[in-house]
Design a protein around this ligand. Structure first.
Ligand code: GSH
Length: 207
């Protein structure tokens, strides 16, 4: 199977970290897509990912899955252990809630803040609206503070165990760490920082 990724991009990193947690990296051929060079907008890639986004997973039968969470759902079926998305409908729903909060409010918030303010993202985001980006930076910090409060009460994003929601939130925080210089502890979020430091010690965080 071919997995189309881009170096340092947070969404491909989610899938790479999920694969590393499952211990199945040897089953995938990684193909780098150069976003700065616009390779993702070329016809050859759009034939696989019509909205020009990475990651994309090309299955052995030629079908292509995009959207990180959908790819992870497929991977969870391929390699059910360790379970990262829930064992029954009840647990699956609560983990999905946590994961979607991490994706839609944390990852997407940081992505908007970065894409509209950082010169390195100018090739991907045109036009950039720096005021909008700065306002998103403030809003996403309010979300991060909410996660900080949550993490004061339980050790992982979805509760008592490591799940896909930790992967999504970690990749979001690391993206912001690199490009927004976001350090939770320096902004009064000690629980978010302690959680981030614990997740960073997992071997999958190097994927
Ligand atoms: N919702 C998608 C988001 C994918 C996405 O935005 N990927 C970024 C890289 S992290 C991308 O391909 N950006 C290219 C662009 O926006 O032009 C997912 O979950 O995979």
């Amino acid at each position: 199977m071919k997995l189309f990724v881009a170096p340092r991009a947070p969404n491909p990193r989610r899938v790479l970290m999920f694969i590393a947690e499952k211990g199945i990296a040897d089953r995938f051929e990684l193909v780098d897509v150069d976003l700065n060079a616009g390779e993702h907008r070329a016809e050859a890639f759009r034939a696989r990912s019509p909205l020009s986004k990475v990651p994309a997973l090309e299955l052995d039968d030629g079908r292509v899955l995009t959207e990180s969470r959908a790819i992870c759902t497929w991977l969870e079926g391929l390699a059910p252990e360790p379970n990262l998305m829930g064992r029954d409908a009840d647990e699956r729903a609560f983990i999905e809630m946590a994961d979607r909060r991490a994706e839609l409010y944390l990852m997407f918030g940081f992505a908007l803040a970065i894409r509209h303010t950082h010169p390195g993202l100018a090739p991907l985001e045109q036009p950039q609206f720096p005021d909008f980006g700065r306002s998103q930076g403030e809003k996403v910090r309010a979300v991060a503070r909410w996660f900080d409060d949550e993490l004061a009460r339980h050790p992982f994003i979805a509760g008592e165990r490591f799940t896909i929601a930790d992967i999504t939130a970690f990749c979001a925080i690391e993206f912001a760490r690199g490009l927004l210089k976001f350090r939770p502890a320096e902004e009064g979020m000690p629980h978010l920082q302690a959680w981030r430091d614990r997740i960073a010690e997992r071997p999958s965080a190097q994927a």
